[in-house]
Every structure is written in C-alpha cells, then in structure tokens.
Ligand binder design. Structure first.
Ligand SMILES: [Zn+2]
Length: 283
C-alpha cells in the first residue's frame, strides 16, 4: 500500500501540470506578418477558442472582426492605415476571462513622390463642386461603416493582370500645390478593357463621383471592400451579388484622371489597404 501511494503522488502532480499546460497552451494568439508598413494588412489568428465565444480586440481604434478558421480557431483581417505612426503596437485579445496579446511593428516608411499637372478647375474646386465632393466623401464613409456577414470566397484577385503604373501610398504633388496620397494602385489598361470582381460580394455603389468618375464598390462582408474607379461604364448594377472574376465594368478615364487606367482600392473597415499585399493574404 505504501509503495502505491508513493507513486500516486508524483503521478497526480504530473497529471495536474499536464492539464494546466494543455489549458495554458490552448489559447494562443499570433499575428502574420509581425512587421508591416503603414497600410499593410495582417491577420490575427486565435486558437483554443470556441466559435461560440468570439474573442474581443481592437487595433488603432478599429474593432477586430473575427471569423472561424477551423475547429477552435478564429481569425481577423486587420490593417494599419497610411497615417499610423511607426512603432510597436500590442493588441490585447480576450475571450471571457482569458487574455493574450499579439505584437505588431509598423516600420517607418518614406513614400515615393511624384509631381502631376492637372487642369486647374479639377484642383481648385468652386463652391458647388466642393459641396458635391463633401457629399461623396460622406457617402463613401457611410459605406465603410457597414459590417455585413462574410461573403468572399478564398483569396482576392487583381481585377486586371496588367502592369501597375502608380503604387499604393505614392505622394502626389498636384500643380505644385495640393498633396494627395494615393490610397490604391493604378493598373494600366486600354479604354473598354474588362475589369473583374476581385472576389465575391455585393455591389454597394455604382455611381459617378467627382474624383473617381464611374466608381464601383463591392462589399465582401466583415468590413472589407474593393473599389474600382474611372470606369468607362459599368458591367453590373448596385445591389447585385457578383462572383469572383465576374466582369463588373470596363476601363475608362472618367473623373479626375489623366488617361485610361483602373484605380483599384481595398478598404478594411475605413482603413485604405495596400491592394498588392492584400491579395497575397491566404483567406
Ligand atoms: Zn489611382
């Protein structure tokens, strides 16, 4: 009897230590990639959580929106916007009483600068055009506030396979006066060339805007949007659910544009995200 109890004590201690280790390791948080430039997207993955109880977290004032990524796994697509300050950011993630954190480092990034010459009336706006632009800015802001259910289907695609002529984050000095930061990429294209949906989603805007010209916005759910500007014409309508790769419009030079091209943007909630990095995410 004595020999049995002598054995039982260490076995019991070992068992307890094991169960604690399993519990402690079960809730795990990771960010991928851990070092980003302003405007880069990243994924926060939390394992060891039930899909019933969603983790709670925010980054740069935006609530992280989690979706299931397998058994006991939740993930959130996040982004720092272009104006985020360089440095290390700690993202606290909690599920019930359990807390963990992920760390993201935002690098210092010096944007490339180009000088553009545009017709003065497209730069110095008269009061009527100024009012129109304000209305359109508010309209777009109201779109970014919409958080519907996930609609996308796997990773995102570039809407055209042509060369990128102006990168994301480019600082454009217009007529030596106005500074405009490029919040998307410009893709070369011929007038009338087909533009495809980057992913499945609902068309929430197909309208003519002052700067964007014929502009189409697709909501992919969970606060993720793709934006297509300067279209010659639309290939679909507001309210339609489009599939990844569907023809949604044709290249043009409408709005404030210096020649036929597609301006392609990605929004994660209201943050402008680098589309080239975004399509690399394994979603
Ligand atoms: Zn552009």
């Amino acid at each position: 009897m004595i020999r049995i109890s002598m054995l039982a004590v260490p076995v019991f201690v070992f068992y307890c230590a094991m169960s604690f280790a399993v519990f402690a390791d079960a809730f795990h948080v990771s960010a991928e990639p851990q070092t980003i430039d302003p405007g880069d997207p990243f994924i926060v993955r939390v394992t060891g959580v039930s899909n019933v109880h969603q983790p709670a977290a925010s980054f740069a004032g935006r609530k992280l929106m989690f979706l299931p990524c397998g058994e006991d796994c939740s993930m959130a697509v996040c982004s720092a916007d272009l104006v985020v300050k360089p440095g290390r950011y700690r993202i606290a993630i909690s599920e019930g009483k359990r807390k963990h954190h992920a760390t993201i480092t935002v690098r210092r990034h010096l944007p490339a600068v180009i000088h553009l010459t545009l017709p003065p009336d497209k730069v110095e706006l008269n009061p009527k055009d100024m009012q129109r632009v304000e209305r359109e800015v508010n309209l777009l802001q109201s779109l970014w506030a919409e958080h519907s259910e996930k609609m996308w289907d796997g990773s995102f695609l570039l809407p055209m396979q042509n060369e990128v002529s102006a990168q994301f984050g480019l600082k454009r000095i217009i007529n030596d006066k106005k500074v405009s930061i490029h919040q998307g990429i410009d893709i070369r294209g011929k007038e009338g060339e087909q533009v495809r949906a980057s992913n499945r989603g609902r068309v929430v805007l197909a309208d003519e805007l002052y700067f964007g010209g014929n502009t189409l916005v697709i909501s992919h759910g969970m606060g993720i949007f793709t934006v297509y500007m300067h279209l010659d014409r639309f290939g679909t309508n507001k309210g339609v659910i489009v599939s990844k790769g569907d023809i949604i419009g044709f290249v043009g030079s409408t709005g404030r544009s210096t020649g036929p091209h597609l301006h392609f943007g990605v929004k994660v909630q209201d943050a402008s995200v680098n589309p080239v990095k975004f399509i690399d995410l394994k979603l």
